[in-house]
Design a protein around this ligand. Structure first.
Ligand code: PLP
Length: 228
């Protein structure tokens, strides 16, 4: 627990310094605490330190924790790959879904979002550096997908999400460029405001390029027990 407090302070300071270096306001970058593989008790510890946004990758694991922690006002983000048959659970339980890369997924999330909840926030995942193994749409699909997904009623498409290859920080600047191109042609540019990029190992480069949400697991919670 005291260790979490220290790591939390260090990560916040790290973000602040990265913002200063690139002349950005510290408030322009949101810390998403990636809690996959870590128990509900660890999430509670960070919650008590003031953290509210948590990211999970695995649906069943996430649903168990959401149930266990339902008395807390946590903003849950799903950052894993979205399978078509899992969209209902995502629509019902999360505030954000970062890994959308096909129209059918966005349509299902929109249809399945309960009426009593605010629109579901989405990021379009782009395979910015053409990795064979990676999810995400192609760069040349982005404009059409944004135009189509933005029409859907119960969701709010907020921006882009990327997971570039390690050591490939040039991809962050390419993502920012793509983000700006979309914004310039967007019907509601003020709603296009999110760049979800940067993890424990590359948050400096991501913030320098314009990240607005950094997804941090290891630097906060320590190493994961199983690999992802
Ligand atoms: C696991 C994961 C993270 C966090 O990675 P760390 O290196 O532990 O900070 C961020 N984003 C996604 C999509 C992840 O799967």
């Amino acid at each position: 627990m005291p260790q979490f407090a220290l790591q939390y302070a260090q990560v916040q300071q790290h973000i602040q310094q990265a913002c200063e270096k690139s002349g950005r306001a510290a408030t322009s970058v949101q810390l998403l605490a990636v809690s996959k593989t870590h128990p509900a008790s660890a999430i509670t510890a960070f919650y008590q330190l003031g953290q509210r946004a948590f990211g999970e990758n695995y649906l069943q694991e996430a649903l168990d924790k959401i149930e266990q922690l339902k008395q807390l006002s946590i903003e849950w983000h799903f950052i894993g790959h979205v399978q078509r048959n899992k969209t209902k659970h995502l629509a019902e339980n999360f505030a954000w879904v970062h890994g959308v890369d096909r129209l059918i997924i966005a349509e299902r999330l929109s249809n399945q979002r309960p009426e009593n909840l605010a629109p579901l926030n989405l990021c379009l995942q782009v395979n910015i550096d053409d990795q064979e193994s990676k999810d995400g749409c192609r760069v040349d699909e982005v404009a059409d997908l944004v135009a189509q997904i933005s029409q859907l009623p119960n969701i709010q498409l907020r921006g882009l999400m990327v997971i570039p290859k390690p050591e490939h920080s040039a991809a962050f600047a390419q993502t920012k460029q793509l983000f700006d191109q979309v914004k310039a042609r967007h019907h509601h540019p003020e709603q296009w405001d999110t760049l979800s990029m940067g993890m424990s190992g590359d948050l400096d480069a991501a913030i320098a390029a314009g990240a607005t949400i950094v997804r941090i697991g290891t630097a906060l919670f320590g190493a994961r027990n199983y690999n992802t």
